[in-house]
Structure formats: structure tokens, C-alpha cells
Design a protein around this ligand. Structure first.
Ligand SMILES: C[S@@+](CC[C@H](N)C(=O)[O-])C[C@H]1O[C@@H](n2cnc3c(N)ncnc32)[C@H](O)[C@@H]1O
Length: 259
């Protein structure tokens, strides 16, 4: 895969990541950022996002709900989406809609081309490292509402472009994977104003919010918007990561204790 803005690197668990080719012009002293921890892109995804997502599915079962609206900020190589799809494919009771945001069109184009059958060894390797069944998730991703099969569940997936303070969505997110680059690279997505917008306008009143990041301003934004903030150990020696729960999920926080 040949990309204009990124180079491919392998992380310690053998899974690939992408590193920006150019430094941010506001922080030329910083090395161009990579999308994942060098300790393992697949392992990091499974720890930071898949664990909380599985717990969210358990919580939905307790709440006797079968609908889930999911938001992923930063499609990148699609690790989170592939892992989410694998878990949805094995939970036939859940009807879900998934919204992914990605501002780099070359990433969206490569990913959707692969979903539509174009050979790409990078995405195949990602499936292998995540233990995702490629054919099953691709088939699942295409099973829209009212499809020919007999399953009562439905699935809808929209891959949108840049997330901004003007973005609007139809169904507020009940599970959020907030996986933008750090504030040095994707500063606008980490300001107090933007976080307030995102948490009030795009997140449901019952919501689970997961991210690798753990900063004071993120914690305060979550708390002032009604989330219970839970600090978790970061991945592979990183200090901390964040899980936050709002609404009915707070009473079910014991389900999230394994994270
Ligand atoms: C850390 S990477 C995401 C990695 C990805 N989740 C994965 O599993 O491979 C961050 C991504 O967010 C995208 N991004 C940054 N700002 C964005 C914005 N405002 N809207 C949509 N995507 C954005 C970047 O282009 C980049 O692909």
C-alpha cells in the first residue's frame, strides 16, 4: 500500500501502523506521530477499545437493550472497526449503527476498496493480528437493514470525512472510541470547546467513552458533562488511559472493572 501522507511501520506484536510523513508545522521539534503504540497496534486496540466494547455489549444485555449506536473518531487503518465488527457478528441479537470519521481520504479509499474485494496484505495482516475473521466481518458489514437473510438484526455503517464542530449525526453515540492523534497533531479535537460539543451533541445520555488518552482537560470535560471518569493503566507502560461512563452505564460499572 503506497500512501501520500503516511509510511507503514511494524509494531512489536507484528501488526502494522502508519506514521505521518511530515511533522506538524506547529511542533516541528516533534517526530511525526504514528497511529499506535510501538508495543503493538493490535494489542493496544484490543486493550483500549475492544475490552470496553465487549463490556458495553454485556451491559446492553443487562439493560435488555438490543440497539447500539457506535462512533469511532479516526478510522486510520480500521483496527477498531474490524474488532467491533467481529464482536457484533458474534452477537446476533444486537442491531447496530457504526459511524467512523476519517479526514484523510486516501485512508478511507484504501479501506473501502479492500472491503469491496481489492487485495491488500496490510488489512489482511491486521485481521490476522486481531483474530478477526475477515470474510465474516466483511459479510456482516454489508448486511444492511432489510437484507435478504432471516436475521432480525440490522447493521448500518457510515464512513464520514472530517469531524468538526459542525458535524451532526442521526443517532447519538452510546459507545465512543476516541482515537484521534494526540493534541500535538490533532489539537482541534482536544480543546475544551470541542470536547464539550462532542460530549453534548454527539454522545447519548447513556454512553461509554474510551480513549488511549488521559489528560486533565479530558477528565474535566468528561466530568462536567456528566460522565463517571475511570482512570485505567495505559497500554504497555504508558501511564494512564481513560474509560468514562454516563447514564445507565454508571450503575453497571462493575461490568467494566476488568478493563
Ligand atoms: C491515531 S489515528 C487512528 C488509528 C485508527 N483508529 C486505527 O485503528 O488504525 C488518528 C486518525 O484520526 C484522523 N483524524 C484526525 N483528525 C480528524 C478529524 N477531525 N476528523 C476525522 N478524522 C480525523 C487521522 O487522519 C488519523 O487517521
Amino acid at each position: 500500500m503506497d500512501l501520500k501522507s503516511f509510511v507503514i511501520e511494524l509494531t512489536a506484536d507484528g501488526s502494522p501502523t502508519l506514521r505521518l510523513k511530515n511533522s506538524n508545522t506547529l511542533h516541528p521539534e516533534k517526530m511525526p506521530e504514528s497511529m499506535h503504540h510501538s508495543g503493538g497496534a493490535a494489542a493496544e486496540t484490543l486493550y483500549i477499545y475492544t475490552g470496553p466494547f465487549k463490556n458495553t455489549l454485556q451491559a446492553l444485555a443487562e439493560l435488555k437493550q438490543n440497539q447500539l449506536s457506535i462512533g469511532v473518531v479516526g478510522l486510520g487503518l480500521g483496527y477498531i472497526e474490524l474488532s467491533v465488527l467481529q464482536n457484533l457478528a458474534t452477537n446476533p441479537a444486537i442491531s447496530a449503527n457504526l459511524t467512523s470519521f476519517e479526514k484523510e481520504t486516501e485512508l478511507t479509499e484504501e479501506f473501502t476498496a479492500w472491503l469491496n474485494g481489492k487485495t491488500n496484505e496490510i488489512y489482511d495482516l491486521i485481521c490476522e493480528k486481531l483474530s478477526v475473521e475477515k470474510n465474516r466481518v466483511i459479510e456482516y458489514s454489508k448486511a444492511q437493514t432489510g437484507s435478504q437473510n432471516t436475521s432480525p438484526r440490522s447493521f448500518d455503517w457510515k464512513i464520514l470525512g472530517e469531524l468538526t464542530a459542525k458535524t451532526s449525526i442521526l443517532q447519538p453515540f452510546q459507545f465512543v472510541a476516541y482515537d484521534a492523534f494526540s493534541q500535538f497533531t490533532d489539537g482541534p479535537l482536544w480543546t475544551d470547546e470541542f470536547l464539550d460539543f462532542f460530549l453534548t451533541q454527539l454522545c447519548a445520555k447513556d454512553c461509554v467513552f474510551a480513549t488511549y488518552a488521559c489528560t486533565g482537560n479530558l477528565k474535566r470535560a468528561l466530568q462536567r458533562n456528566g460522565f463517571l471518569f475511570i482512570k485505567r493503566p495505559g497500554f504497555s507502560g504508558k501511564r494512564d488511559a481513560t474509560l468514562a461512563l454516563r447514564g445507565e452505564f454508571i450503575a453497571l460499572r462493575h461490568l467494566f472493572q476488568s478493563v
